[in-house]
Design a protein around this ligand. Sequence first.
Ligand SMILES: Cc1cc2nc3c(=O)[nH]c(=O)nc-3n(C[C@H](O)[C@H](O)[C@H](O)COP(=O)(O)OP(=O)(O)OC[C@H]3O[C@@H](n4cnc5c(N)ncnc54)[C@H](O)[C@@H]3O)c2cc1C
Length: 394
Amino acid sequence: MPTNHYDVIVVGLGAMGSAALYQAAKRGANVLGIDRYSPPHTYGSSHGDTRITRQAIGEGEMYVPFVKRTNAIWQELEDLTNQELYLKTGGLIIAPETGGAEWHVSGDFVEHTAKIADKHQIEHEVLSSDETMKRHPLLKMRSQDRAYYEPDAGVLRPEVCIQVQIEQAKHHGATVHTYEAVTSYKTTADRVQVITDKATYEADKIVLSAGAWMLDLIMPEYRSGLEVYRQVIYWFEADDINVFTESNFPFLIWIGDTDQDFFSAFPTPRDGIQGVKVLTEHYAETTTPDTLDRIVKPEEIAHLYQMTTDRLHGVTDNLVHADVCMYTMTPDEHFLIDFHPDSDRIVMASPCSGHGFKHSAAVGETLAELALNGQSTLDISQFSLSRLGTKESK
Ligand SMILES: Cc1cc2nc3c(=O)[nH]c(=O)nc-3n(C[C@H](O)[C@H](O)[C@H](O)COP(=O)(O)OP(=O)(O)OC[C@H]3O[C@@H](n4cnc5c(N)ncnc54)[C@H](O)[C@@H]3O)c2cc1C
């Protein structure tokens, strides 16, 4: 085989790609990972210090095996590297008892989550507004709200997760090329050719895990319905940051009466950005990675401060930091993990619709298994490309 031939080439080394690279290299494959930047970086969907993870996945029961397997992989990596990937902080999902907005699934997200927790024996409580505020006096809840509490939930450190998996992949012999962009790929009967802005490579299989850039890499007929949305993360100065740290403050997923009321707040890791991280979600306008507006405007900051102070005590209007990030959404907000319809030499993962990080280590393992064995341990039947239809079939 020529020296530029690999068993597997992974295109994009963010949350999903770094995990796929690590898992393929760990299984002894000769693997090349290529990224247009140098991950972890702030240009895609996996930056911002923290990502929420929980065990009862209200988005759908099919995700529970993914989060369980992912948690086991984080534990293995923590033991192996002595790095802290996961902080157990507990987590609250707050929503009105009736008439709340829909989030990721139709119906009541708190009820969905509690049902899945019951079924999988995941420790949890459903608390009244008064009880929640008694335990967490920083919250300003309304009497009609209630909360699902999961004590073993917490936050991941996304940049560390990505870095550790790339380092471990290299330790197992993976080659990594950064600041190199894949521009196209071609399949022949016995290989795939990958063309970048610097060179051409060959592989038996390729994994496409390019996040918001997937739309450039998958065929136009399958792009229909996949959309990229600009999201902003804000960190506001606290009166006393100690009350918001990982040991004192759970993450909040706060579902309101309308989509516009969605709010989330995160505990502050001791070595993280020293502010209270908060966000809402925006779906009014689509964007692309190339045209993404990375400037955060004063009116956006004022709006988020208002949302924050309506829900939390102890946060000032002094913005410490802000980051722009991208959600890549499918129409049903579920994942896309499948072979390319034209060739089983190409494995695709994404878009992870704003809830992918907590499953990413297991998604990466699934991608490596699909590339190396043609099948996966975890069930991906609900993440098929065909369920999205093509432009023509819509
Ligand atoms: C603000 C925000 C908050 C979120 N909160 C949560 C949360 O709390 N919990 C949770 O579970 N999920 C959360 N998510 C979702 C989660 O972070 C994403 O689903 C996940 O990080 C996406 O990973 P990815 O690998 O698909 O994309 P990315 O991590 O963006 O990786 C894609 C990579 O591909 C590279 N690339 C692109 N094109 C090319 C090319 N042509 N050639 C080579 N390389 C290329 C890019 O440089 C990038 O490194 C959040 C997302 C955002 C934006």
